[in-house]
Design a protein around this ligand. Structure first.
Ligand code: A3P
Length: 289
C-alpha cells in the first residue's frame, strides 16, 4: 500500500527517519564537520510548524539590522538566501560554501538536536525553537505531502494519520522531536516561540525574536518586518521567494484547520498521546491546542 511505498523512501540517520528524495546520508555525514559560529541565527522546527514564516522574519530582521550597521558583508544576496535556508538540504559541498560566507548566517533546520553538528551547541549559536500544535502540523503535513511530488504521498488521510502517530514518516516522530528539543529549552542560547502566539500577536513575536538575537531595529523597522510577514503578503510574494513551491506552501495559515480533517476517534487518540508523551515536557507545556 501507500504507506509501504512511503517507507521505501526513507533512510535512518542516528535513529531518525529522513526522506531520501530530499536528504541523503552523504550530506548528513558532511554536515557533521560543519563549524557553527556564535553569531549564527538558527531556527529549529518540525516540518509544517511555520518554519518558512519564522524564517522570513529572521532573515528580514538580520538583513535590516545589517543595513543599519552599514555592514554590507553582514547580509546575504538573493541567490545565497535561496541556496542556504535548510541546513540539511543540499549537496556535500554546501558546507564549504557556507564556510566562505562572512555574514551572519540564518540557518533553518528540521533536524533533531542529536542530528545537528555538535558545534552548534558547543559554540553556543542562538537557536529559536518554533513549535505548533500537533493537530495542525499533521493537517498541514498531509496536504503538503500529497501536493508535493518530492515527498511520498499517502492514499488516504487515515494512512497518513497512522504514520504520524507512529512516527514512521519523513523527519521522524513529531512527539519524539518535541521531547528531544524539550531538553534544550532552558539553555540560555535557546528561545521558544509557538505558531499560535505568533499568529495571535505577530508584532510582539517579531520584537521578542529581535531582542533575543540582539538585532537592533527601530520601531518603524520592526513594524515593516511585521507587515511583510503577514500571511497574505507572503502568499502574494510566494512565487518570487519560493518558485513553484510557493503555491502549496502558503495554504491556509490558520489555527484549528484540523477540525476539517480529524475524526472524533483520531482527535481523542492524539489527545491521549499528547497527554502521555508531551504534556509534562517543558516544550509540550507551551503548546496550545
Ligand atoms: P497550513 O498548511 O496550515 O496553511 P512550514 O513553513 O514549516 O512548512 O509550515 C507551513 C505552514 O505555515 C502552512 O500551514 C503555511 O500556510 C503556514 N504559514 C506560512 N506563512 C505563514 C504566515 N505568514 N502566517 C501564518 N501561517 C503561515
Amino acid at each position: 500500500g501507500a504507506t509501504m511505498d512511503c517507507e521505501d523512501l526513507l533512510f535512518s540517520y542516528k535513529g531518525i527517519l529522513y526522506p531520501t528524495t530530499v536528504c541523503s546520508p552523504e550530506v548528513f555525514k558532511a554536515l557533521e564537520c560543519f563549524e557553527a559560529r556564535r553569531e549564527d541565527v538558527i531556527l529549529a522546527g518540525y516540518p509544517k510548524s511555520g518554519t518558512n514564516w519564522a524564517g522570513q522574519i529572521l532573515t528580514d530582521l538580520v538583513t535590516t539590522a545589517a543595513e543599519n550597521t552599514e555592514d554590507e558583508t553582514n547580509s546575504l544576496n538573493d541567490e545565497e538566501l535561496e541556496e542556504f535556508p535548510y541546513l540539511e538540504i543540499g549537496d556535500t559541498e554546501k558546507y564549504q560554501r557556507m564556510e566562505k560566507l562572512s555574514s551572519r548566517r540564518v540557518i533553518l533546520t528540521h533536524l533533531f538536536p542529536h542530528n545537528l553538528p555538535e558545534s552548534i551547541f558547543k559554540n553556543k549559536a542562538k537557536i529559536l525553537v518554533l513549535v505548533r500544535n500537533p493537530k495542525d502540523v499533521a493537517t498541514s503535513f498531509y496536504h503538503f505531502t500529497n501536493d508535493m511530488s518530492p515527498l511520498p504521498s499517502y492514499a488516504t488521510w487515515d494512512d497518513f494519520f497512522t504514520a504520524f502517530m507512529t512516527g514512521k514518516m519523513p523527519w521522524g516522530s513529531y512527539f519524539d522531536y518535541i521531547c528531544e528539543w524539550s531538553k534544550h529549552v532552558d539553555e540560555e542560547n535557546v528561545m521558544t516561540i509557538t505558531y499560535e502566539e505568533l499568529k495571535e500577536n505577530r508584532a510582539l513575536g517579531v520584537k521578542k525574536i529581535a531582542e533575543f538575537f540582539g538585532l537592533l531595529l527601530t520601531e518603524e523597522e520592526l513594524q515593516a518586518v511585521t507587515d511583510r510577514s503577514g500571511f497574505q503578503a507572503m502568499k502574494e510574494n510566494a512565487q518570487k521567494t519560493h518558485g513553484a513551491f510557493g503555491n502549496i506552501l502558503f495554504r491556509k495559515g490558520s489555527v484549528s484547520d484540523w477540525k476539517n480533517l480529524f475524526t472524533e476517534d483520531q482527535n481523542q487518540e492524539m489527545d491521549k498521546t499528547f497527554e502521555e508523551c508531551l504534556a509534562k515536557t517543558k516544550l509540550g507545556a507551551k503548546i496550545k491546542y
